[in-house]
Design a protein around this ligand. Sequence first.
Ligand code: FMN
Length: 317
Amino acid sequence: MNNLTRTLGITYPIIQGGMGNVSNAALAAAVSNAGCLGMIGAGTMEPEQVEKMIVETKQKTSLPFGVNIALSVNKHAAELLELVLKHQIKVVSLSAGNPAPYLPKLKQHHCTVLTVAGTVAQAVKAEKAGADIVIGEGVEAAGINSPVETTTMALIPQICRAIAVPVAAAGGIGDGSGLAAALALGACGVQMGTRLIATKESGVHANYISAIVSSRDDGTLISGRTVGKVRRVLPTPYIESVFQAEEKGMTVNEYLDATSEIRHLSGAIEGRLEEGFLNGGQISGLIEDTPSVEALIKTMVAEAKTSLSSAQQKLPM
Ligand SMILES: Cc1cc2nc3c(=O)[nH]c(=O)nc-3n(C[C@H](O)[C@H](O)[C@H](O)COP(=O)(O)O)c2cc1C
């Protein structure tokens, strides 16, 4: 047990990243049933769709799970907040925006609040506003990243020194050695996205899985730098056309339009790689199989224990 597992009421210090249109009921329940924290991703969904997923997840697990609300991505953020309270969801993750205005109400209802930070300043601000757990996310991660582009390796120890609440490391973690490294850096656990997409319970299109499994270490790209937005993706014909448009000069709104959730849905769920894109993290290069979530977690935990003891033996006593 550590401060993170105790606070969340889970066995293993592993959190599923909220992933719009990807973190559905089946995947979130599988993660919770494996002893970790499952997380529904509200993405840009309408409140009715999110409510349906909450009800479905409750039918599939009696263990704790959370809901992620990406504040600047979903225009119904305030409504979603009411929804999670109505359904007595005890863990809420807030990302992609300032969590401070939402925290008092969630705390009043005894929710555990996770916030995502890409810099030390964001982590400190979140702790001051009342966040219970901070997810430090490095630029290795899939999807929207901080434009500062700090790596997980550099970010986590700096956040851990700056705040007292438990920290989970996100970005670039896909096996037990990554979990062990995060713990060694001072985190109490990890949050994973990309690795959980390549599992039996994930509902994405086969083209998405095969793009992850066939990716190499240098296989991901960053879009949006020209407009001050940073998103890590896997190569697809569609995203190539976005890069070409960026080269010619794109406004922020044109870029945001080109990388809207509809385009991700088209690539990730419908597998139409000429019309849509795929979020993907640098850890894709390490992923070679699609185990069940339960098998993945069991292997990761065993590997982490071995990694930690073999790391200890590499130091002179
Ligand atoms: C398909 C996809 C969608 C994502 N959508 C969200 C989101 O809606 N909100 C959020 O906070 N993070 C989102 N993320 C980031 C994940 O929650 C997680 O922090 C990240 O994937 C961790 O890095 P990794 O991919 O290297 O494991 C998304 C990631 C992926 C792969």
